[in-house]
Design a binder for this molecule. Structure first.
Ligand SMILES: Nc1ncnc2c1ncn2[C@@H]1O[C@H](COP(=O)(O)OP(=O)(O)OP(=O)(O)O)[C@@H](O)[C@H]1O
Ligand SMILES: [Mg+2]
Length: 456
């Protein structure tokens, strides 16, 4: 970054906005799907979220014979979506040269119908986005989208440019700068590296003397050049009195060939720590709050533009909505859409990015009168912190248990070949008309399942 990081990033935001207009002009819907020259959909990253999009190509469109060829990349043998795609490659996706080569292998001509979905952040995002900006590849939603969303500073500047509510924040390049920039915030403050996810490198500082250590921790865990952080006022009331929302919103073609912005119902979620733990549909926030969440999400989606899903993370506390961050892709909290919406977020990503139709009713709730809660199934914490291969898991036992308890629900086992402690291995789902009961049941199924996966 240049001398003035904010100026540099604001310039990039303006560049993104100008680029979007040109980019959108060139996007066209696919009117005719052909097995002779299938459109190519690449998922860069093949975890459960990639799997959701890739399997939709088979389920909804007949796969390559229906005119959509799917390709997936990941870094290890046996990744969840490996056998869901028509082709796969295994390599380190942080290696830009390999990534570019792999994209060009499957999409030699960027004028042919295709879409590239960046499923995870641990890839050379700059290189893929450069392919979009310079060579005309259709990186979803636009080639600038993932760049804006992976950089907290740029995301915050975008919020401010769009006048969206957010927690007080400041940029800092050193512990002194944190103290100076955040001196008007009340303690505690939260210090986050510019580029991370799943809470890596984040610390809540309760006293100003904690700042030094928090800064070093952020720098150590940052991806890319790591001397920069953002500091935010921490909202302790979020966990005690508030709730968290992921507002999913999609840019897609309508029947008249125009790109429009449509809302999915807001997903609500809670997390005891920093990472995804449980989420549900429908959300319980008041209508007025839904309106605020959707208004912000709509402005963000229209600013970044292009085609595809955006997941806008928001905090709801005491009647106020705060925008936290944005993922320009499907979101882990949104996996519950698989059971609760007519189309899940993976299918919505696939269809929208390729320029295939999405109707209003596709985005509506599929079940009424119940809450659907998804709860993570995690690998056990172990003393030695080492990765262990999965030996077997017992679906029959889980299903018998659900039946005996009279629980309505489901289990999605991701099929990861090995697990480090705390790794997400699956998702347990429960339905009930009472939300607290649905949450309790989903958690119970999740823990029961955790004891029926055997490692070693
Ligand atoms: N300013 C804040 N006040 C209160 N809680 C916060 C604040 N910022 C973050 N949190 C809590 O920490 C969680 C993770 O924060 P954030 O989304 O910014 O980080 P992340 O590393 O990108 O995590 P993830 O990848 O899981 O989204 C939030 O969902 C929220 O529970
Ligand atoms: Mg987050």
């Amino acid at each position: 970054m240049a001398e003035n990081p904010a100026e540099e990033r604001l310039r990039l935001l303006s560049e993104a906005e100008a680029f979007k207009r040109e980019f959108e002009r060139k996007l066209t819907p696919i009117e005719c799907l052909s097995p002779r020259s299938p459109a190519v959909f690449i998922s860069v990253g093949g975890g459960e979220l990639g799997d959701l999009a890739l399997t939709a190509a088979g389920r909804l469109l007949g796969g390559a014979n229906g005119g959509v060829r799917t390709v997936v990349f990941d870094r290890y043998e046996g990744f969840p979506a490996q056998d869901s795609a028509d082709a796969y490659e295994i390599f380190d996706m942080l290696n830009g040269d390999m990534l570019e080569e792999a994209v060009k292998k499957y999409i030699p001509d960027p004028d042919e119908p295709h879409a590239i979905y960046l499923e995870i952040e641990r890839v050379d995002t700059f290189r893929v986005c450069k392919l979009g900006i310079e060579d005309g590849y259709r990186v979803a939603s636009t080639p600038y989208g993932p760049l804006i969303c992976m950089d907290r500073h740029m995301t915050k500047l975008m919020f401010d440019r769009l006048n969206l509510p957010r927690v007080e924040w400041a940029y800092a390049g050193s512990p002194e700068e944190i103290r100076k920039a955040a001196r008007d915030f009340n303690l505690p403050v939260i210090i986050k590296p510019l580029m991370t996810s799943s809470g890596h490198g984040t610390t809540i500082a309760h006293q100003w003397s904690d700042v030094e250590e928090a800064y070093d921790f952020a720098v150590k865990h940052a991806r890319g050049k790591g001397s920069e952080v953002v500091v935010e006022r921490f909202l302790p009331e979020l966990k005690s009195q508030g709730t968290e929302i992921t507002q999913l919103v999609v840019r897609h073609f309508d029947g008249d060939g125009k790109i429009v912005t449509s809302m999915l119902p807001p997903v609500e979620h809670r997390r005891p720590g920093a990472t995804y733990h449980e989420s549900w549909l429908p959300a319980t926030i008041p209508e007025e709050a839904v309106r605020k969440c959707q208004e912000s999400a709509g402005k963000i989606a229209e600013f970044i533009g292009g085609l595809g899903i955006f997941a806008v993370e928001q905090f709801y506390v005491e009647g106020k909505v705060y925008n936290n961050e944005v993922a320009n892709r499907p979101h882990d909290t949104g996996m519950i859409t698989r059971w609760m919406l007519n189309l899940d977020e993976g299918a919505v990503q696939l269809l929208s990015t390729l320029g295939l139709p999405i109707l209003k009713r596709d985005l509506e709730l599929a079940r009424s009168g119940v809450y659907g809660v998804a709860h993570v199934v995690l690998a056990p914490k172990r003393e030695n912190h080492r990765e262990a291969p999965v030996k077997c898991w017992k679906l029959w036992e889980v299903k018998r248990y659900m039946e005996a308890e009279g629980y309505q629900g489901d289990l999605w086992y991701f099929g990861k070949p090995a697990a480090y402690p705390g790794r997400r291995m699956g998702l347990a789902v429960a339905f009930h008309e009472n939300l607290e009961e649905a949450r309790r049941r989903a958690e119970e199924i999740a823990h029961y399942t955790e004891d029926r996966i055997f490692y070693g």
